[in-house]
Design a protein around this ligand. Structure first.
Ligand SMILES: Cc1cc2nc3c(=O)[nH]c(=O)nc-3n(C[C@H](O)[C@H](O)[C@H](O)COP(=O)(O)OP(=O)(O)OC[C@H]3O[C@@H](n4cnc5c(N)ncnc54)[C@H](O)[C@@H]3O)c2cc1C
Length: 466
C-alpha cells in the first residue's frame, strides 16, 4: 500500500511541507536520519543541551516553535531513518534500527538540505581540522566547543558560529576572513535588491558588529591558507595585505559556503543545471519544486541554496502542488494559496544574489594548489594523482573515478565531487556545465548484509490507505 506522500528530510523545508499537507488532511511519512526533527539550522532546537539556547540566536528559538507545530501535525515522523534509495517508481529504501525498510509513495518530496563546500587547502585533512558547520553541530547537539580555535573562510554561517562561540564566552584565537576585497565592489550593485528584505541585512551587520566588539583578532583579505602541523593541526598560516601571518591553534574550523546535497537527486536521475552564481548544481524544477521526474519534488537547500526561510516557502509550495495532484485541492486554490510564498521567495532571491556575489569563494580555495594535497579523503587521492589520471586520458569525472578510485569511498563523492568537476573544467578549459558530475547510484551509503537481510515494509495506517 502506498503512502500519499513521503518526505525525506525534516528540516525547515520538510516540516513546512508536512504542516501544509496536514492542513488538508494528508498525513505524510517523514524520514530523517537525525535523532530529532529540525534539520541543520534547528538541530536540537526542541531539546537543546545548552543551559540557555538564546545564545544561538532568535532564529534558533523560532525553530522550536516550528518543531512543536510539526510534531503536533500528526505527520508519521521516523527518526534515525537513513534513506539510501529513492526510485522513480515511488519506492524508497531506508535503514533504521539495524534493518532495512521499504515505503512506497504516490508523491515524493526530497528535502535533503545542503553540504558545506570543501576547502582543500594544504593540511585540510589533518586531525583537528573541521568545518565550521561541524563546530555548530557539536555545539547544538552536545554543547561541545573547542577553546582557542581559529575560524577561517567566508560567509554568513562562519560569522554566525563565531558569534555563537563568543556569546558563550568561548575563547576564539582568530577569525581569518577570506572574502576577496573585489567582492565588495562586485556585490554593491545588488545591494538595492537585498534591501527589499532589510531584516536579513541588519542580522548580518549585527553579527559582524558583535565580532568586532568582542575584540578578537580578525584578519581580512586573507589568501594562501595552509594548516600547520605534521600529525595534527598546530595552527594556520596565511597571507594578508600586511604580509604572512601565523596563528597557533589545535583546532581549525574552515567554511566558505554551502551547496545542495546532490547524491539523492543525482542517483534518482532528475536533471541538474550548473549555477555559475552559486557555483553549484541546482535541481531543475518548476516554481512548485516539481523536478523533471513525475511525482518527484524537491524543496529547500537540497534543490538550490535558499536559506531557512526560503526552504519553508519552497516546502509549502511543493506541498500545495502535491495536494493538487492528489486531488485534495484544485489548481485555482493551489495558485491562490501559493501567492504569498511565491512573492516572498522573489524578495529573498534579491538577498541571496547579494550574498552569493559578496561571499563568492576564492577560486584558489575551491581547488587544491599543491600536488600532494588530498582531493578524495576516502580513497586518499591527491591533486597529483588526479592530474596523472587526466594526463592518461581521463577527461570526465566518471573516467577519472574509474582510473583513480577518486569518489568511490564511503562518502560517495560528497567531498571530492565539486573539486573534481572544477579541476577538470580548469584543465579542459571548459565550463563546469560541460564537464558534468559523477554518475551516482543507489545505495547512497555503506550497507551491511545483516541490515539488508532484516527487511520490512512500512504501510500507511489502514484508514489512510487507498
Ligand atoms: C552544517 C550546516 C549548518 C547550518 N547551520 C545554519 C544556521 O545555523 N543558520 C542558518 O541560517 N543556516 C544554516 N545552515 C544552512 C541551512 O542548512 C539551511 O538554510 C536550512 O536549514 C535549509 O533547510 P532544508 O530543510 O532545506 O535542509 P536541512 O535543514 O539541512 O534539513 C535536511 C534534513 O534532511 C535530512 N537528511 C539528509 N539526507 C538524508 C537521508 N539520506 N536520509 C534521511 N534524512 C536525510 C537531514 O538529517 C536533515 O534533517 C547550515 C547548513 C549546514 C550544512
Amino acid at each position: 500500500m502506498a503512502h500519499d506522500c513521503v518526505i525525506v528530510g525534516a528540516g525547515p523545508a520538510g516540516m513546512a511541507a508536512a504542516l501544509t499537507l496536514a492542513d488538508h488532511g494528508v498525513r505524510p511519512l517523514v524520514l530523517d536520519r537525525a535523532a530529532r526533527p529540525g534539520g541543520q539550522i534547528y538541530r536540537a532546537a526542541s531539546a537543546s543541551p545548552l543551559p540557555d539556547r538564546s545564545v544561538l540566536g532568535a532564529d534558533y528559538a523560532a525553530g522550536a516553535e516550528l518543531i512543536t507545530a510539526y510534531t503536533a501535525s500528526g505527520a508519521d515522523h521516523r527518526a534515525e531513518a537513513d534513506v539510501w534509495h529513492v526510485g522513480a517508481d515511488g519506492k524508497i529504501l531506508f535503514s533504521t534500527d539495524g534493518g532495512t525498510c521499504q515505503a512506497e509513495a504516490r508523491e515524493i518530496l526530497l528535502c535533503p538540505g545542503a553540504l558545506e563546500r570543501p576547502m582543500p587547502i594544504p593540511g585540510w585533512t589533518l586531525p583537528g581540522v573541521m568545518t565550521a558547520g561541524a563546530a555548530q553541530v557539536m555545539l547544538k547537539s552536545d554543547a561541545v566547543v573547542a577553546e582557542g580555535a581559529v575560524f577561517a573562510g567566508s560567509g554568513p554561517l562562519l560569522y554566525l558560529i563565531v558569534a555563537q562561540y563568543l556569546r558563550l564566552g568561548v575563547k576564539v584565537a582568530a577569525l581569518v576572513d577570506t572574502t576577496p576585497r573585489d567582492n565588495y565592489l562586485r556585490a554593491a550593485p545588488l545591494l538595492a535588491g537585498a534591501l527589499r528584505v532589510p531584516s536579513m541585512l541588519t542580522k548580518g551587520l549585527s553579527l559582524l558588529h558583535e565580532i568586532r566588539q568582542a575584540g578578537i583578532p580578525v584578519f581580512r583579505w586573507a589568501s594562501d591558507l595552509q594548516v600547520l602541523g605534521q600529525d595534527r593541526a598546530r595552527g594556520l598560516r596565511f597571507v594578508t595585505p600586511k604580509g604572512a601571518q601565523e596563528i597557533a591553534a589545535d583546532t581549525v574550523f574552515l567554511h566558505h559556503g554551502v551547496t545542495p546535497n546532490p547524491n539523492m537527486t543525482r542517483a534518482l536521475g532528475v536533471q541538474h543545471d550548473w549555477n555559475p552564481d552559486q557555483l553549484c548544481w541546482h535541481v531543475r524544477r518548476d516554481p512548485f519544486g516539481q523536478s523533471t521526474l513525475a511525482h518527484v519534488s524537491v524543496a529547500g537547500d537540497g534543490g538550490a541554496i535558499v536559506g531557512a526561510e526560503g526552504a519553508q516557502c519552497e516546502g509549502r509550495l511543493a506541498a500545495l502542488n502535491m495536494l493538487c495532484r492528489l486531488g485534495r485541492i484544485d489548481r485555482a486554490t493551489r495558485d491562490h494559496l501559493a501567492r504569498a510564498d511565491l512573492t516572498r521567495l522573489k524578495r529573498l532571491a534579491g538577498v541571496r544574489r547579494f550574498i552569493d556575489r559578496l561571499y563568492r569563494p576564492q577560486a584558489a580555495l575551491r581547488v587544491p594548489q599543491c600536488p600532494d594535497t588530498l582531493v578524495c579523503r576516502c580513497e586518499e587521492r591527491s591533486l597529483g594523482d588526479l592530474r596523472a589520471g587526466f594526463d592518461a586520458g581521463a577527461r570526465d569525472p566518471n573516467a577519472l573515478k574509474s582510473l583513480t578510485r577518486c569518489g568511490m569511498g564511503p562518502c560517495q563523492g560528497r567531498q571530492c565531487g565539486p573539486i573534481v568537476s572544477q579541476l577538470l573544467a580548469d584543465w579542459r578549459d571548459e565550463p563546469v556545465s560541460e564537464v558534468g558530475y559523477y554518475r551516482l547510484r543507489s545505495p547512497q551509503r555503506l550497507l551491511s548484509l545483516q541490515e539488508l537481510s532484516r527487511f520490512n515494509r512500512v504501510h500507511p495506517a489502514p484508514e489512510e490507505a487507498q
